[in-house]
Design a protein around this ligand. Sequence first.
Ligand SMILES: Cc1ncc(COP(=O)(O)O)c(C=O)c1O
Length: 384
Amino acid sequence: MPTPHPPVYLDNAATSFPKPEAVATVMDRLLRTTALSPGRAAHAFSLAASREIFAARERLAAFFGCPDSSRLIFTANVTEALNVGLFGLLRKGGHVIATSLEHNSVMRPLRHLEREGHISLSLLPASPAGETDPAELAKARRSDTRLIVINHVSNVTGTMAPLAELAALKGDALLVVDGAQSAGVFDLDVTALGIDFFAFTGHKGLLGPTGTGGFVLGQGVELPPFKMGGTGSASEFELQPDFAPDCYEAGTPNTLGIAGLAAGVAFIQETGLATIRQHELALADRFLDGLSQINGVTVYGLPAGGQRGAVVSFRLAGKGVDEVAYRLDRDFGIMVRAGLHCAPAAHRSLGTFPEGTVRASFGFCNTMAEVEYCLDALARIAGA
Ligand SMILES: Cc1ncc(COP(=O)(O)O)c(C=O)c1O
């Protein structure tokens, strides 16, 4: 019987755990000390909530290189942000290009718009390691290409797209970036990169709570509001206000979550993106090296040292992916994810459809000892 070991959480690509203490502290304090309805009244509690949202908006806008914080919009998660962006920016249809590594939060809206006859869709091929070649984008572009969608860091292989090279090829098309796996780990200056719509989620690398996310809308990009209702502003009008951020944020916002998200980003700023990234990549690199020593392991993605995030997908010969994940959890207390990771197209390109892969994803709080423990567990499972 393996010796008992404290649980090891290696599913940070799904949601990061644990969160910085400051995230829990601010959420606990606000929940206990103030009502949380911002922008609706002039009383002290409402003003306090407005200040939290304003400070969070300013912090996140600065973090992503967005000079006008009114163009940083909060949503419930990146899925909502991407739906807003894709349905809104594609209301007049056109040709769309996306990578083959898109998550279903991009693929499903696009396939829906295609099926309804609103858009035509081209997917850029990916290499066996999940790389997208900018030359393929240049080839796929057409005179009616309206929008290009790039998954910045794959949640299946961890492979990072060459964003600057791809952005340089966008021409007249709008560039939409899914930053779900890169925000909080890689430097992202949305303005310098010329990104027209940048979507992020709050609960992964940004270390905030679930129920948070948003998008940055590039200067001059027009997007219709996606929901309408009370904003606490221009209430004398029965039509939705036409100014950001109010036009996009109808309904009482998730003040608590947004304050927690700001605390997560503050933690990242204090710690340093480079420190976080180096730690996570060192763990992933050691894991990749260790996997290469285990008989029967196939890794899907770039080797150690590649342009990647700390997400590693693999399979063990002769063992189902669910079996491997189940045994890691049951026998060793190691939590990983098995299956398609909501990205069937990525698995079609990698040749791992329909079974998928086992995915281990590392966060700032993981340790090298946990990586060694997981490698040891996998060697035992492989040998059993
Ligand atoms: C690349 C990518 N896009 C989108 C999502 C969806 O994130 P959320 O569930 O926070 O909307 C994920 C999460 O797994 C992801 O990894």
